[in-house]
Write a protein that binds this ligand. Structure first.
Ligand code: SAH
Length: 455
């Protein structure tokens, strides 16, 4: 049967799409319904119809799924941040495992998948160490802060995101009170007028250090000493800065950073390695699970102190420094120069001398170093962005013939594509392990180990 826009259908939700949406069928017609959960029976209104499938809006839950839980955040449905808060955490993990397996089967063509059980979180809430809150005014003219509603720039007022730390609210309460008291205007996207754009907060889970960075459309905050006074009282406060961003674009941070109080950075740890983090640095948002992810990568690398290792797409060198604790020598490659500056400083901070970092594209640096200098690798680790590895890089890896390739991935579809390429040419998929770094969202990280086939 065919359906049209505005038709109302009743569906049993039997599956879950890759963005966490519920999937059900009405007379052979497949309907994707955001916010519906496997096991629900729902009434949905068709919003968009194609020949065999359509997208529906959840109108009513006729029978709730046994996997349904009450979302902790009252804004879970409106906000763009969490997609699957209404699903029990156990089922979230099952969904993520199935997603990785499905990609490896369908895209990778693997039939037997040596998958280890997904590594879940002990507490899927309050795990994010970083949050950026936009500041604006509501319809009544009151200064508000919170989150953008999914795919818009409308601010939903919420100072206490369920994924963030409790310090966020304390910081936001004080910044907003300061703005109200001293007449400091929020920035207005439509006109480019006003001052305060975003409030960036970072928290060191291991050190307890707190960082606040006010991002403003100007180089000065009026009465900034009053703001500093109020923020200083928060336990752990270490760094208060002003970031200047006068652009009319959506980019949150500008380049100029001014110290208002304390230091320009906080320190935190992943495993045994310490990192200095400035407001401009990239740093993993869930260090606890990142530690588990990297421990798995390290286990797969199986180092004994004699190995030469490459860490491609190394960011601030997080994995490189983990590996350097057990390898003879590690070389990291990253495209962002500022990240490499952080990586070098972090190596020094930890007294690790057996690492070297290169700025550039992995698919250019590795072939160059291999062809010009004949560099060698026992183990190659890659941790690419969502689009996966460039084919030139994969070819170079095949030429270099490392004993092991450890692939850390934030997108299991491109992971499957790249593993298929390497496994067609002399490597074997030996182990795969999904790790949940982002509870209540649909994202999942995966580590895979490839070994060179014996000839
Ligand atoms: N391993 C790092 C971060 C991985 S995220 C960590 O754990 O912190 C992916 C990184 O790849 C980003 O830092 C991004 O800047 C970098 N990147 C993107 N394209 C790249 C390319 N072609 N060559 C090298 N690095 C690249």
């Amino acid at each position: 049967m065919e359906f049209r826009k505005n038709d109302i259908v009743t569906l049993d939700i039997e599956d879950c799409g890759i963005d966490g949406e519920g999937i059900g069928k009405a007379d052979g017609f497949t309907v994707f319904v955001k916010d519906a959960v496997i096991g629900d029976t729902v009434r949905a209104k068709i919003m968009k119809a194609k020949k065999n499938y359509g997208y529906g809006r959840l109108m009513e839950i006729l029978k709730p799924s046994p996997y349904r839980v009450e979302p902790r955040c009252p804004y879970a449905r409106q906000c763009g941040g969490c997609q699957i808060q209404a699903l029990s955490y156990e089922q979230q993990l099952a969904f993520k495992e199935a997603k990785v397996r499905g990609h490896l089967e369908r895209i990778g063509g693997f039939t037997e998948i040596p998958m280890e059980p997904i590594i879940g979180m002990e507490e899927p809430y309050h795990y994010r160490n970083k949050a950026q809150f936009p500041v604006g005014r509501n319809k009544e003219g009151r200064i508000i802060t919170g989150f953008y509603a999914g795919r818009t720039h409308n601010i939903i007022e919420n100072r206490d995101c369920a994924l963030g730390v409790s310090q966020n609210k304390e910081v936001l309460d004080r910044v907003i009170a300061y703005m109200e008291k001293y007449g400091v205007e929020p920035y207005e996207e439509a006109t480019g007028k006003g001052l305060v754009r975003h409030i960036l907060i970072r928290y060191g889970f291991f050190t307890g250090e707190v960082m606040v960075c006010v991002i403003a459309n100007g180089a000065r905050l009026p009465h900034s000493e009053k703001l500093v006074e109020a923020l200083q009282e928060i336990p752990g406060m270490t760094s208060i800065t002003l970031n200047v961003n006068r652009s009319r674009s959506n980019v949150i941070l500008g380049e100029e950073l001014k110290l208002l109080w304390g230091q320009t950075y906080i320190t935190d740890k992943i495993g045994e390695v310490s990192y200095q983090i400035s407001p401009l640095s990239f740093y993993q948002v869930n260090p606890l699970q990142t530690g588990k992810l990297y421990a798995k990568a390290l286990e797969y690398a199986n180092l004994h102190g004699e190995e030469t290792v490459w860490d491609l797409y190394c960011g601030i060198g997080t994995i490189s420094l983990f590996l350097a604790q057990q390898a003879k020598f590690v070389r990291g490659v990253e495209i962002v120069p500022a990240a490499i500056e952080d990586a070098r400083r972090n190596a020094e901070l930890n007294g690790l001398q057996n690492v070297e970092f290169f700025v550039g594209k992995a698919e250019e640096v590795l072939p160059r170093e291999y062809e010009k200098h004949g560099v060698y690798a026992d183990v190659i680790v890659v941790d690419p962005p969502r689009k996966g590895c460039d084919e030139v890089l994969l070819e170079t890896i095949l030429k270099m013939q490392p004993k092991r390739v450890v692939y850390v991935s934030c997108d299991s579809a491109t992971l499957a594509r790249d593993l298929k390429y390497l496994c067609g040419k002399g490597y074997e998929l030996e182990k795969v392990c999904p790790v949940d770094q982002f509870g209540n969202t649909v994202h999942v990280e995966t580590v895979a180990l490839l070994t060179k086939k014996a000839r």
